[in-house]
Design a protein around this ligand. Structure first.
Ligand code: 4AD
Ligand code: MG
Length: 427
């Protein structure tokens, strides 16, 4: 059976082979300490002269990030029984790495992003990917435990879910097509079949803004529920976020500690989440010095200052319809939507956007006209209001925004293995 460093405890005293990389080395001549990693964890390899001249020579030859198979016996660290070492008996060099570009000194973000394919190997970057994986797992788990099924929505499409200003268009056999901004409209069709559904996949927005919250390709989870209103969907959003935090705090404390994430703000989040209408939020923001107008969307800075004030996430509801999408159902005034953005604490801002959907055919057509959304190409979507239309609601989260918040990162670019930004398509 192959050995992994994370399983070391069960193999104390046994001879094993670590297949991995050497990320650092200390010592010379009489003894070498090899810092080894194999993807599952890290471990120190101790090479002493008793291993023989040839093994010592190989230890000397090893450069940072060289790939190696190291044979030896697992021992407990003399001072810390939770730390394990390998007493090296043999070294098989797989490849001697060239001089590694990422060193100990501080590198700027551009240099690190240019070397993203290598930077991913660092302990912190791996920790972020493990937290991301846990959040995905917890998301699927929550939905599957609550009667949802996973529905795969298309990436290639002939319509714009979230407005035409941030669409990536491609040539589709001579016809224009767009990369999906959200699977929502298709999910609405699907839940008229299955009742409760969610999708999860990459979406694309040609964001020209260079902010710490925007990527041009990011991963979205959309969820949709038939026979559900705004209140019902907010309850699901809150339960999902609490479930994600619970799982991360159960299973990924080691990774968050590696990232030097303060766990207290995450532990404090127990619900109920704070609720404010858009009008209340605007009034509060103006008192705090923002120049936000009554009928405007909240800007990134507004979200930052508002969420720094509270230790729970905030649902901001009832935005003016003109700053939100065409499909949202409106309140009695006809000017505001039955919608909510969920803002994460500590200045992180919007992580979820959601709403009740307009289920009435006549009103939906009216909202489409107001938003200049052509009916052509969306006839199928209007059909959903012709054949057994029901009240329904849904939401979508941006995975990278949630990972950034949970990990306490400054910028979403570190949350995704290969970030796509306005000025970056490589590596
Ligand atoms: O608020 P948005 O635009 O909502 C929708 O797309 C709806 N169709 C979802 C639905 O109701 N099913 O996007 C949803 C979330 C945002 O709250 C934000 O977390 C994230 O997607 N997001 C981005 N993340 C990274 N980079 C970007 N450029 C993002 N734009 C939105
Ligand atoms: Mg939004």
């Amino acid at each position: 059976m192959s050995f992994s460093i994370s399983q070391a405890k069960a193999q104390v005293g046994q001879s094993v082979i670590i297949q991995g990389w050497m990320y650092n080395k200390r010592g010379s001549g009489k003894i070498y300490f090899l810092q080894l990693r194999d993807g599952s964890g890290t471990m120190q390899g101790v090479v002493e002269t008793s291993a023989g001249e040839e093994v010592m020579k190989k230890a000397e030859e090893l450069t940072i990030e060289s790939s190696v198979r190291v044979t030896g016996v697992i021992t407990q660290h003399p001072k810390n029984p939770e730390v394990f070492e390998i007493q090296v008996k043999n070294i098989e060099i797989v490849q001697i790495a060239e001089e590694y570009p990422i060193g100990k000194k501080e590198h700027g973000p551009d240099f690190l992003l240019d070397n993203r394919h290598l930077w991913l190997r660092s302990e912190k970057q791996l920790a972020i990917q493990r937290v991301r994986d846990e959040i995905i797992r917890a998301t699927f788990e929550y939905f599957h435990e609550n009667g949802f099924i996973k529905i795969d929505t298309p990436i290639l499409s002939n319509n714009a879910c979230e407005g035409s200003t941030e669409l990536f268009s491609i040539d589709y056999f001579g016809e224009p097509a767009y990369l999906s901004q959200s699977g929502q409209l298709y999910l609405e069709a699907a839940v008229m079949s299955c009742g409760r559904g969610f999708d999860f996949g990459p979406v694309f927005r040609s964001e020209k803004s260079k902010t710490r919250r925007h990527l041009t390709e990011f991963w979205m989870m959309d969820a949709e529920v038939a026979y559900c209103d705004l209140e019902g969907i907010l309850q699901i959003e809150e339960a999902l976020i609490l479930h994600i935090l619970k799982r991360v705090l159960e299973n990924k404390v080691k990774e968050l500690t590696t990232l030097e994430r303060d766990l207290e703000p995450l532990k404090k989040i127990q619900g109920p989440f704070i609720r404010k209408t858009h009008a209340e939020a605007v009034a509060e923001l103006r008192e705090m010095g923002s120049d936000i107008q009554e009928d405007h969307d909240l800007g990134g800075d507004d979200e930052t200052i508002l969420t720094k004030k509270y230790d729970q996430p905030i649902f901001v509801t009832h935005y003016p319809s003109k700053v939100k999408a065409f499909y949202m159902k409106r309140d009695e005034s006809g000017q505001r939507c039955l919608c909510a953005d969920l803002l994460a604490p500590e200045g992180y801002g919007e992580i979820i956007g959601g709403s009740q959907r307009e289920e009435d055919l006549v009103l939906l057509k009216q909202w489409m006209a107001e938003h200049h959304v052509p009916e052509k190409g969306l006839e199928w979507y209007l059909d959903l209001r012709r054949y057994g239309s029901v009240p329904h609601a849904g939401f979508g989260y941006g995975l990278e925004r949630i990972v950034g918040w949970v990990c306490g990162l400054q910028h979403v670019r570190e949350t995704i293995p290969f970030p796509r930004l306005m000025n970056r398509l490589e590596p």
